[in-house]
Design a protein around this ligand. Sequence first.
Ligand SMILES: [Zn+2]
Length: 301
Amino acid sequence: MLILLLVLVFLVSAYAGKLRRAKREGDAAGNGTRQETGQGGRETRQEGYEAETGQIPGQTSAREQAQEQTSTQEQTQTQTQEQAQEQAQEQAQEQAQEQAQTQTKGTIVLDAGHGGIDPGVSGSSGVAERELNLAIAEKLEALLCAEGYRVVQTRSTEAGLYDEGQTHKKAQDMQRRCAIIEKEQPLVTISIHQNSYPDSAVSGPQVFYYANSAQGERLASCIQSCMNRGLAVEDPKPHKGNESYYILKRSAGTAVIVECGFLTNPEEEAKLQDDAYQDQVAATIRDGILEYFGETPSEST
Ligand SMILES: [Zn+2]
């Protein structure tokens, strides 16, 4: 009996020990699982964080700043492009307006008299009228262009408007001048000449118009008075009607002949060759033309 009890006690204690070992192993195994899970969880959260933002926290603001800067640069570039486009549009509009104004002011034909084999009159110094006519016509062209007119010259060189092989050079020259006026249909035609007279004491400008033209008479009156006043002419002449001058008779529209002065007067001949006096002559003719159109010069000369 005692032996049986001892065996029983041994078995029970042996079983109990087994249970305790089993329990310890179980605890140990449980702790390990929690640690692994915990680490894995942290790793997962980190991975998840990176996946959501695509950035690590410390770099986020720098990238955003870079993006913002890029965005600002793009906006600035866009604004600059828009400003440039607006400026270009404004410039184009201004140019169009200027062109429109120039077009609306219209064409003036300037006719430098004579040329080529036809020298016109000449003075005691030997200067030929054709040279002075062209010099003053070119100065007048510049002044009228500055006022917004389109200017067409019948000649721009010392040559005449005739063909070299032509028998009737003077007739062809005059016909071609009238053909230019006919083609251009100008507001007015101003033919520039120098005068001559047997009495060398005679001087001063004189403007001729076609006797039957009221507009021609008015244009001549405006130019005559501006020249008399502007050039301080001592013995002023009146503007004068004429029925025989070819350019007045045959040209379409309103035309006048401006005889700037007398090459047969030595004093006036000298002045007419002076560059500054030529400027004054051109300016006073311009003033007369502008007065005829009801305008005043944009710059005083
Ligand atoms: Zn002449």
